[in-house]
Design a protein around this ligand. Sequence first.
Ligand code: ZN
Ligand code: ZN
Length: 417
Amino acid sequence: MSIDLEALYTDLHKHPELSFHETRTAGIAAGHLRALGLEVEEGIGVTGVVGVLRNGEGPVVWLRADMDALPVEEQTGLAYASTAHGIAPSGAEVPVMHACGHDMHVTALIGALERLVEQRADWSGTVVAIVQPAEEFGAGAKAMIADGVLERFPRPEVVLGQHVTPLPVGTIGVRAGTQMSASDGLTVTMHGRGGHGSRPHATIDPVVMAAAAVMRLQTVVSRETDPRDVAVVTVGSIHAGLKHNIIPAEARLELSLRYPDDAARERVLARVERILHAEAQASGAEVPPTIVTDHTLPPTINDAEATARVSAAVERALGAGTVIDPGMFTGSEDVSWFAREAGVPLVFWFFGGIDPHAYAAAVAGGTLERDIPTNHSPYFAPVPRPTIEVGVSALAAAAREFLDPVQGTGVRRSLER
Ligand code: ZN
Ligand code: ZN
């Protein structure tokens, strides 16, 4: 009897769990993997699940799905909308929603595994299912690696993954090279000297220092980055002081930086640090700013040859014209840690989840940004049908491309780059 994937999806959607708290989701995934005959281990990298499908000699293909949800209050009005709550790292109780669509990724992975099991007479090799926690923290992949996922299970020869996105259903977006940017999250403390608001001359005002730094930081992109290149410098948080007439001792900034590759990362980080130090100096600060990296994510770089193979395989499965180049996304992912650590090719693609008629109407009306909710929006609502089926077909077809065919030529296609 086949798995009711739509029921699985709506159940996962209704019961979202925050990063590193995905115990129910992990249990459900592990149950399905076991029922399909995979060797399953749980608790890898806190809540991660690994399933191994051994099917004779041949390449080892990793299929990765992330499973965590976000602290967002769902506003979709769907019958299966979430009313769940969870505990944020701060200790606060927060609403929880699958606002990034990771419930779709888990569902599609289980569906693809079911299909590969059904087709097992036609291929040989090993498929490893990676159900990863805490992508939204940028920490889940690293936690699984730290827990020995590359040593305890068959090492990958290629890593494949996918993300649901606001494109029309049936459209697959993938490009060779940088698919998603690298990013760093920095917390910066600018140190001044506090005092009475009526006696500014006796203080070193960190508010003015921080304000000048925020404005000057805009020039990293506008004046120092080649207009043909992509970079983002966002100051997402600024905090200083408690009262009108007290000049505080310090100001705190939180920065989000994005770039397409490691070289651009080094350039932007150096410029940001230079400006922060120079503004502190310009204000006469006695202590240089403190800069702490809270998280760092590598660029998601798709291997060119493997991407060409995935594109061709997915087009064969879904039809001509279904695969497009969506350009580089300035969002970031931690999937590439697996491929980087193993030194193997990665292919990570996007699959549309939006009703094609609604999408076309929004394009025609010039209201795409307003009318089509994106990932992380409280209104993000991929249509289950046929998005699930597309995700299953794309992942299964991509996996088969790298596994050995049992019939036909019997020649193993090389994974060498
Ligand atoms: Zn997300
Ligand atoms: Zn996501």
